[in-house]
Design a protein around this ligand. Structure first.
Ligand SMILES: *[C@@H]1O[C@H](CO)[C@@H](O)[C@H](O)[C@H]1NC(C)=O
Ligand SMILES: *[C@@H]1O[C@H](CO)[C@@H](O)[C@H](O)[C@H]1NC(C)=O
Ligand SMILES: *[C@@H]1O[C@H](CO)[C@@H](O)[C@H](O)[C@H]1NC(C)=O
Ligand SMILES: *[C@@H]1O[C@H](CO)[C@@H](O)[C@H](O)[C@H]1NC(C)=O
Ligand SMILES: *[C@@H]1O[C@H](CO)[C@@H](O)[C@H](O)[C@H]1NC(C)=O
Ligand SMILES: *[C@@H]1O[C@H](CO)[C@@H](O)[C@H](O)[C@H]1NC(C)=O
Length: 637
């Protein structure tokens, strides 16, 4: 079998060589800490990380990035939050944004529970008279923000953006910004959304990410500024949603839609704050094959900003007697990877935009048409990239504490379940996930629970009420209430997880999965996961991780054997599309991560495993089999 060596010849190799001299920034004291494995981009980040405009769906013209090298100090107790180090020089230089446990942070620390960060900034003269908003893309897990010695705000939750109006705290000269980040990860007694992060990495659970891990920036806004934009555009041209402003005064709204890259003119629509609805005539639709986007210029009183949308409708329908997910009224077979979004140099933070998009381009090249963003939330720029590339997203809510059990003093083992307050906080953060991401056309499906992690599995079965809440906040998408394991009938999908071979919409199933339920859409939310060990220069060089490689569901000794096994497994899925009720599959996974060696790419992104010609053919066979099952002329016969 032919291996796809040509892929490896991509510019990556030479860039990797050039990259091996760590960049020292002598005036700041920052340098990358050599991580257990690098990527081709590790030493290209420099001291100006993530310079791109961070919020593409809501771009105000006047903004200033605060990303770069800040100061940081690690403390031993939560009490440190009560003593902001005003005017002090903190111990270490640190990269913002980054995970404090990552090499790119400059610290690569452990047990980073209690952290003060400091930086300073000046506000451009031209902003005088307007409000100044301080924005954080995400801080894991709790953030206390102090500006010029005064508390500016607090946020709980590591996966969502927050914005603080700091106008009244500013001076005309240099302003001091302090942020206290408290991140307990999975230490007792915390049961909080953390996804795959753990203080004790073990095979499928990874090194944690603490602190300010997404962009920080300031922007100028008028006195009555937009605080929330909810906008959905469907295949019939209907645009609906709601706009809220800081003063709640009713304000007129103008929106100008222009097809990106198109030659047609603009279409202008009037609305008002609060709920709105109007129609754009005959829009070019967003689909996976033609991801047409419309740029929108929005004016709400004095507040002017840019956004974009895609016109598309996600629904569910019966075709040839089978429940199917529909995009713009047609059954689209969803074939993606389980995408963890981890990096050996940045953990939760890709080294840069190019690196992040490299994963997405690789998936397209193999033949995937989307991905399942697995119990992690990405930066807004990631969703923008999927919107632009026509990749579907199944977006998971980050799970509560995934390691299910705790050993008590008497050596008995108990299953960890959230108490009522922890469950309420999980729900609040789930609602924020939906509210902050429902404008991205590429997201088609929300996932509430993964494999029972943090799921209360006795009656009342919380996934029923949570599904109602998600559908209430976002009626325009489908919901997977439980992806794998404990399915009690909630949501739009009957989602099976099985390794290595799939059991998709089929009359066979195994322990921990449920029989296929024909009243819902059959999908294989995880399968594959076959591994092939690699050489030490492509492995996460941490002994515990290397020791865990033998826990892989299946290890194939050569890349040829791995491709052969993949061919058989994809063929089984194809049979299930042809014979049964399979509407999509998610292959585990995009890249190797720590002790897992089952990626399309190794963890360092330097080696691609698939034989591209074979995978292209096998994946196209899935799309063809699905198309044949939804052929309208066949349906009439
Ligand atoms: C930093 O490095 C540059 C170039 O090597 C040198 O010119 C400069 O004096 C250094 N600055 C400090 C503060 O050491
Ligand atoms: C940070 O502080 C914690 C105590 O809260 C300590 O256990 C840990 O070793 C410290 N980490 C570093 C890198 O200093
Ligand atoms: C605007 O309305 C929201 C929701 O009703 C409320 O929480 C907020 O306090 C109001 N703001 C002002 C400035 O009245
Ligand atoms: C995997 O390897 C580790 C370390 O080499 C060893 O302790 C463990 O027994 C092995 N497990 C299996 C299932 O082979
Ligand atoms: C995987 O490869 C590494 C590096 O050669 C080696 O140390 C490890 O024992 C291998 N593990 C398995 C399960 O093959
Ligand atoms: C759909 O059915 C028609 C008539 O049976 C056939 O000619 C056509 O090739 C089918 N299309 C696909 C995509 O299978």
């Amino acid at each position: 079998m032919k291996l796809s060596t040509s892929f490896n010849a991509l510019a990556l190799a030479s860039r990797a060589l050039a990259a091996h001299i760590p960049r020292q920034s002598n005036d700041t004291g920052y340098s990358v800490q050599e991580p257990p494995l690098t990527t081709p981009w590790t030493y290209e980040v420099g001291t100006d990380p993530w310079p791109e405009y961070p919020r593409p769906l809501f771009q105000r013209p006047q903004w200033q990035s605060l990303n770069g090298i800040w100061r940081h100090q690690n403390y031993s107790s939560i009490q440190a939050v009560n003593s902001p180090p005003v005017g002090q020089t903190l111990q270490n230089a640190v990269m913002v944004p980054s995970c404090l446990e990552s090499g790119l942070s400059g610290l690569q620390g452990e047990y980073m529970f209690y952290n003060w960060y400091s930086t300073s900034f000046t506000v451009p003269q031209s902003w005088t008279g307007d409000r100044v908003l301080l924005n954080f893309g995400a801080v894991d897990y709790e953030a206390t923000v102090v500006v010029n010695g005064q508390e500016a705000g607090f946020n709980r939750g590591g996966y969502h953006a927050f914005s603080l109006d700091i106008t009244e705290l500013l001076t005309s000269g240099t302003n001091e910004l302090l942020v206290f980040a408290h991140d307990p990860t999975d230490s007792d007694p915390f049961v909080i959304p953390i996804g795959k992060q753990t203080l004790r990495p073990s095979h499928i659970f990874y090194r944690p990410c603490s602190g300010i891990w997404q962009s920080v920036w300031i922007e100028s806004a008028p006195a009555n500024y937009v605080t929330e934009l909810n906008l959905n555009a469907d295949m019939d041209g209907k645009v609906s949603g709601a706009i809220s402003t800081s003063t709640n005064t009713s304000t007129s709204v103008e929106m100008i839609f222009t097809l990106r890259g198109g030659s047609g003119g603009a279409s202008t629509h009037g609305a008002s704050t609060g709920d709105f609805s109007f129609t754009v005539e005959s829009p070019a639709l967003w689909s996976l094959d033609s991801p047409n986007l419309y740029d929108i210029e929005i004016t709400v009183g004095q507040d002017k900003f840019k956004s974009y949308t895609g016109f598309r409708t996600v629904s569910r329908g019966v075709i040839d007697g089978i429940e199917r997910p529909l995009l713009n009224g047609e059954f689209v077979f969803l074939f993606g990877t389980l995408d963890q979004g981890y990096w050996p140099d940045g953990l939760y933070v890709p080294p840069n935009y190019e690196a992040m998009v490299y994963d997405l381009k690789t998936l397209k090249q193999i033949g995937y048409n989307g991905l399942r963003k697995h119990i992690k939330v990405e930066t807004d720029l990631f969703y923008k990239a999927c919107d632009e590339m026509g990749l579907f997203l199944i977006q998971d809510m980050p799970s509560l504490r995934p390691l299910q059990e705790r050993t008590l003093a008497d050596c008995t083992v108990e299953t960890i379940e959230p108490n009522a307050a922890q469950q309420a906080e999980f729900q609040r953060q789930l609602e924020l996930l939906i509210q902050q991401h429902r404008n991205y056309p590429s997201i088609l499906i929300w996932v509430i629970y993964n494999e029972g992690w943090g799921q209360i599995t006795e009656p009342y079965y919380p996934e029923f009420a949570l599904t109602d809440i998600v559908e209430g906040l976002d009626p325009s998408r489908l919901v997977i209430a439980t992806s794998g394991w404990y399915d009690h009938g909630a949501g739009d999908f009957s989602d099976n997880h099985h390794y290595a071979n799939p059991q998709c919409g089929s009359p066979f199933y195994s322990i921990q999965s449920s029989p296929y339920d024909p009243s819902r859409i059959g999908i294989q939310g995880e399968f594959g996961g076959i591994g092939q060990n690699t050489t030490i220069e492509h492995l996460w060089n941490v002994q515990e991780a290397i020791n865990a490689i033998n826990q892989t569901y299946e290890i194939d000794e050569t890349r040829d054997a791995w491709n052969y096994r993949a061919h058989r497994l994809l063929g089984e899925l194809e049979d299930q599309v042809e014979m049964y009720a399979c509407s999509g599959g998610i292959w585990t996974q995009t890249t190797d991560v720590e002790g897992e060696v089952n990626g399309m790419l190794t963890y360092d992104r330097r080696v691609l495993r698939p034989d591209l010609a074979q995978w292209n053919a096998d994946i196209n066979a899935l799309y063809d089999a699905a198309a044949a099952r939804s052929n309208s002329s066949m349906r009439l016969l």
